[in-house]
Design a protein around this ligand. Structure first.
Ligand code: ATP
Length: 280
């Protein structure tokens, strides 16, 4: 099989049918769809009205306040990435794909990545609360729900949430697994980017995410005939590189420099060229 459908994403070989390199782009909208559908099914007011009349309105209000709908319709930053990662993990559990030796996640910018790391804890807590409330409501209204015919749908939504919670826990474990995972920070030699990388490393350490290497991309290559612009730029970059050596957060990392080349890095041959320099 040369491609594999995965919630809106297709795993495709990058260089023809015999390629050992596969790429997958996940459409977060589609990956989220299943959770949203389950939630919408659950959104009718029939049960709430009935609960009001039974004096259980407060519980329904509480459930509303937990913003289950909002969580699924406008998810917190990082949820898309977390769902995408959990999809890849699910997919890897299939025996025929045990051939993969390395998976590279190209993460979103720093802010999103950090939120992604704290998201599983947040979801664990909030989904846990939602499910607890739901089971209270379920036991108080079990007779009523079968009249409304919503029992199956509610169970379906709860199962999906529980499944999402379990997958988020797995994503959290994967990020912290020093045996199988390494988080590589990629930066450029400017003061601003390096300050951001320093903060990122500090946060990753707090989250116990293993980091060993720092790649500094787009370093000006040596030249014997610098123009004025190049000379100033090089001085600027040298200052930024010195900053890495003196930064308490970054100084312990293995720094790998990648040169700025005179063409855009696009396509497999160009990527292989730069890859050979970086991973030599
Ligand atoms: N060392 C390099 N020499 C020349 N061009 C480069 C180099 N590194 C990256 N580029 C070019 O810069 C552009 C952005 O690169 P890239 O997509 O790797 O950045 P990015 O930080 O991952 O972007 P984003 O975070 O938006 O995905 C691309 O056009 C790429 O070809």
């Amino acid at each position: 099989m040369s491609s594999f459908d995965l919630s809106g994403g297709m795993l495709v070989p990058v260089e023809g049918p015999d390629s050992p390199l596969f790429a997958l782009e996940i459409n977060p909208e589609k990956a989220r769809e299943e959770f949203r559908t389950a939630n919408q099914k659950n959104g009718g007011t029939g049960v709430k009205d009935f609960m009001d009349s039974m004096g259980l309105g407060a519980l329904a209000e509480q459930l509303g306040e937990l913003k289950l709908g909002e969580l699924l319709d406008t998810p917190p930053p990082g949820l898309d990435e977390a769902i995408a990662i959990s999809k890849v993990m699910q997919f890897l559990e299939a025996q025929e794909y045990s051939m993969f030796s390395r998976i590279v996640f190209d993460t979103a910018p720093t802010g999103h990545t950090l939120r992604l790391l704290s998201l599983p804890d947040f979801l664990d807590a909030s989904i846990g609360k939602i499910l607890k409330l739901r089971s209270k409501i379920a036991s108080a209204t079990s007779a009523i729900k079968s009249v409304f015919g919503q029992e199956v749908q509610q169970q379906d939504a709860a199962n999906k949430l529980e499944q999402l919670r379990e997958r988020m826990v797995k994503v959290r474990e994967l990020f912290r697994d020093t045996e199988s995972t390494e988080f590589i920070i990629v930066t450029i030699p400017t003061v601003m980017a390096i300050s951001e990388s320093s903060r990122l490393h500090s946060s990753l350490k707090k989250e116990s995410v293993p980091v060993k290497r720092l790649i500094v991309n787009q370093v000006l290559p040596p030249s014997t005939s610098d123009c004025k612009f190049c000379a100033i730029k090089r001085k600027d970059q040298t200052r930024a590189l010195d900053m890495i050596r003196n930064d308490p957060e970054l100084m312990g990392l293995n720094v790998i420099e990648a040169p700025l080349v005179d063409m855009e890095i696009r396509g497999v041959p160009a990527l292989r060229f730069l890859g050979d320099i970086v991973w030599k």
